[in-house]
Design a protein around this ligand. Structure first.
Ligand code: ADP
Length: 191
């Protein structure tokens, strides 16, 4: 009898706490994940992760890092526009940008899950360090990793820019709208 009472008290307290905590943190909008990155520009590898994450979470916020120490090809606004265009058919994806600490941005959005993609052991080492740092800064934030689609395991924004710079074809690497944007940045050689 005592055990049952204890169990019930524990369960009731536990359930109540979890529910109110969940609502407080998620702002009543369900499970929100943030997929942060440079996206300079968005590639088919990024898009694959966004599509898969959108099936696992109620809302996915793709957050462009406004990093003044990098020298990007596309401005934050251009990167956001390209992301918005390529995700326009996924209703639960939203595009945003941030320049603050990621964990602070997460709090402001009521999100507690970071989504990152892993392509290789090299990615893993860097990502482990980032995930541990963010967890250290805010113990309620979790990072989850999605393995790359093998089709895109070699693909990065840098590789795409390198190919486009020398007028190589990036047709299968980025969505068509990104391909056009790259052509504008790197006009073809005069004939
Ligand atoms: P960052 O500068 O933060 O690494 P990126 O735009 O390069 O920004 O990458 C954002 C995230 O997307 C990272 O977690 C990266 O590992 C992941 N990512 C990049 N390209 C791919 C790909 N081809 N397949 C899976 N994940 C990828």
């Amino acid at each position: 009898m005592e055990t049952r009472n204890n169990e019930r008290t524990h369960t009731e307290r536990g359930a109540g706490t979890l529910e109110s905590e969940r609502l407080e943190f998620a702002g009543g909008q369900g499970r929100i994940a943030v997929y942060p990155g440079s996206f300079d520009p968005v590639t088919c590898g990024h898009l694959d992760i966004i599509q898969r994450a959108s099936r696992q979470f109620d809302t996915v916020i793709v957050a462009v890092l406004n990093n003044t120490s990098k020298n990007p090809l596309f401005s934050v606004e251009e990167r956001r526009e390209l992301l918005a265009e390529v995700t326009k058919d996924i209703p639960n994806v939203r595009i945003d940008s941030f320049r603050d600490l990621l964990v602070r941005f997460m709090r402001s959005q009521g999100a507690r899950t970071i989504v990152r993609g892993i392509r290789s052991v090299t990615d893993f080492e860097y990502e482990l360090q980032m995930a541990s740092t963010n967890h250290q800064l805010d113990g309620e934030i979790e990072t989850i990793f999605m393995m790359t689609n093998p089709k895109y395991s070699y693909l990065s924004s840098s590789i795409v820019k390198e190919i486009a710079k020398f007028q190589g074809s990036v047709k299968d690497l980025v969505p068509p709208v990104v391909q056009s944007a790259l052509t504008t940045k790197f006009p073809g050689r005069p004939s």
